[in-house]
Design a protein around this ligand. Structure first.
Ligand code: ADP
Ligand code: MG
Length: 590
């Protein structure tokens, strides 16, 4: 009797049927499941994930369009958690939210992606040249690198032992292998392939998280100088539509000193995703002149995927990022935009009839966002390699209002806030990052790195610049009231120095061949020159020259030429000579 009951349960375990359908949320009965099991829903076997378990029913979010499926259709539990495939072939890939390669999907089903299509994430037939770095008899543990594959022209893929394996190498071979071929065997009989799987909701293990003491160098002057981001750190770019979130993230993808880029696109509008899909593969890697895709994994939620897939795409992306981190690489992960993910949480939550929190978002919005951002970090891996995942999330608050829940919850988690400002973008001040609203909580821990590696005066110069910009804000208020001529002379000069800082230091054209990337040395030289002009100008003022003459010297604007010139030192030297001569003449003419 007892045995019979168990048998019943076992047959019961794997399949059941649909009870209710509410958009992407399906209730099924007649099968047992664990949280986050992957299930196949309906006659078409749509991919879904268990998100709630009730007494005798399970609730599933489905990652494919559910229109047309009916109660009574079968639901099958795979018993496995939603996982990604990790191995050679990830780079250059364009995946959907559940890691199905989009080009492959299109090939199989045409432009309109059919449902329930099973496509492998990694190409099963492609052969990779595997070069072992360990030999027979070597003792290895989870995470150990046992060999390499030159995955793209730019990136060597380290083949690692899956985290929980351990033993001595019994066999290992050099040669051409497919991702599922056994390349090594351990004395305990475990077989190692080029590919491994990992459940997306579980962070990959590391030995230790390091403090945020090394910057991610972005090549954007305002970010490197005023609001620096640490490798392994977290940043948010909130801004209204058209303020520059996507351009900024693409600049970071191209120019920052992360080796691997994982770009998750959750498009606001259908055509925006199409833009990413056509533009990204065409981007050139400024460091190598080769396609940026050589070191990129692109994850895109196309508009015909339902909202639930946005969540999967975020976890898929961060897991792939962690995998490359484990190889010892610095990885940057961009999510554009996390607001679309939050909106999908809101929709699913309302279909689950959960008690809504602020503005209808579920009360767990903050903890979900935190779970994602907390997977960032610069870590010592199981193999003792140091790698990092830096997470940069775009947020698109409706109307650019930062007081809304997604922005506010994100700000509680991330350490860097790059506030985009519609007022600046409408003035064509790019990047439209508001320097008074933005902040970086890493500045203190990173300043020592910059002072040591760039210039001992780096942080002093930046603090000085920030002071002038803050003073400008106060003076602008006065100017509105009394006009700039009524300001004391010294402050008229300050306003001009602030203008130089804004236009020649903070403004940067993401589309100009030379200006798009600014080295730390160049940033420092430009900053140094502008502050030097300030000192010279105040000195001239003290000697009796009138402010209106000082702020009108012609050569001051030649500083801007340095932005567009590789030989910036020469340009700045010349500018300084001319400025000095002009000021000297003013003093002589008194
Ligand atoms: P969002 O993603 O916030 O909606 P985008 O990143 O698409 O906005 O930016 C909108 C437009 O603003 C771009 O097409 C570009 O013309 C301009 N822009 C934004 N940032 C820059 C920049 N750093 N340099 C030059 N132009 C920029
Ligand atoms: Mg955008």
């Amino acid at each position: 009797m007892k045995k019979k009951k168990r048998d019943n349960m076992e047959t019961k375990q794997n399949t059941g049927e649909i009870y209710r359908i509410s958009g992407p949320v399906i209730t099924a009965e007649g099968l047992s499941a664990k949280m986050h099991d992957v299930v196949k829903v309906g006659n078409e076997k749509l991919i879904g994930e268990v998100i709630q378990i009730e007494d005798n029913r399970i609730i599933i979010q489905v990652y494919e369009e559910t229109t047309g499926i009916k109660p009574g259709e079968p639901v099958e539990n795979t018993g496995l958690p939603l996982s990604v495939e990790l191995g050679p072939g990830l780079l250059k890939s364009i995946y959907d939210g559940i890691q199905r390669p989009l080009p492959e999907l299109e090939k199989q089903t045409g432009n309109f992606i059919k449902r329930g299509v099973v496509v492998n994430s990694l190409d099963r037939n492609k052969k990779w040249d595997f070069v072992p770095t360990v030999k027979k008899g070597d003792a290895i543990e989870g995470g150990a690198i046992i060999g390499t594959v030159q995955e793209t022209e730019t990136i060597k893929h380290m083949i690692m032992v899956p985290p929980k394996m351990k033993g001595a190498i019994k066999t290992i071979e050099k040669g051409k292998f497919k991702v599922e071929d056994v390349i090594a065997e351990l004395d305990g009989g475990e077989k190692i392939t080029l590919m491994q799987k990992w459940p997306i909701r579980h962070p990959r293990p590391t030995k230790e998280k390091m403090p945020p003491e090394v910057p991610l160098i972005t090549g954007m002057r305002i970010l490197d100088a005023l609001f620096p981001l640490a490798k392994g750190g977290t940043a948010a770019i909130p801004g209204p539509f058209g303020a520059g979130k996507t351009v900024t993230q693409q600049s970071l993808a191209k120019y920052s000193d992360a080796k691997i880029v994982v770009y998750i696109g959750c498009g606001e509008r259908g055509n925006e995703m199409t833009e990413v899909l056509t533009e990204f593969p065409e981007l050139e890697d400024p460091k190598t002149g080769k396609p940026l895709m050589n070191r990129t994994v692109l994850i895109a939620n196309t508009s015909n995927m339902p909202v639930a897939a946005r969540e999967a795409s975020v976890y898929t992306g961060i897991t792939i990022a962690e995998y490359f981190r484990d190889m010892g690489y610095d990885v940057s992960l961009m999510a554009d935009s996390t607001s679309r993910w939050a909106e999908s949480m809101r929709e699913i939550s309302s279909r689950l009839e959960e008690m809504p929190g602020e503005e209808g978002y579920p009360p767990y919005l903050g903890s979900k966002l935190a779970e994602f951002y907390e997977r960032a970090g610069r870590c010592v891996g199981l193999n003792d390699k140091i790698g990092s995942v830096t997470v940069i999330g775009a947020v698109s608050p409706p109307g650019g209002d930062f007081s809304e829940p997604v922005t506010q919850n994100t700000l509680r988690i991330v350490k860097v806030f790059w506030a985009l400002d519609a007022k600046l973008s409408s003035r064509r001040h790019y990047p439209s990052i508001n320097w008074l609203q933005s902040y970086s909580l890493y500045k203190k821990t990173l300043d020592p790195w910059y002072d040591k590696n760039v210039d001992s005066k780096w942080s002093e110069l930046n603090n000085e610049a920030m002071k002038i910009l803050q003073e400008e804000e106060k003076l602008q208020e006065l100017v509105q009231l009394v006009g700039s001529d009524a300001l004391p002379e010294r402050q008229q000069v300050t306003l001009e120095i602030a203008r130089l800082l804004r236009e020649f230091m903070l403004q940067q054209n993401a589309f100009h061949k030379t200006d798009a990337y600014c080295s730390l040395d160049k940033t420092k030289e430009i900053l140094n020159t502008i502050l030097w002009v300030g000192q010279k100008a105040y000195a001239a003022l003290d000697k009796g020259v009138r402010a209106r003459d000082i702020v009108a010297i012609e050569s001051r604007n030649t500083i801007s030429e340095a932005k567009f010139n590789e030989d910036y030192k020469k340009v700045l030297d010349k500018a300084k000579k001319n400025i000095e001569a002009e000021l000297k003449k003013l003093v002589e003419d008194i």
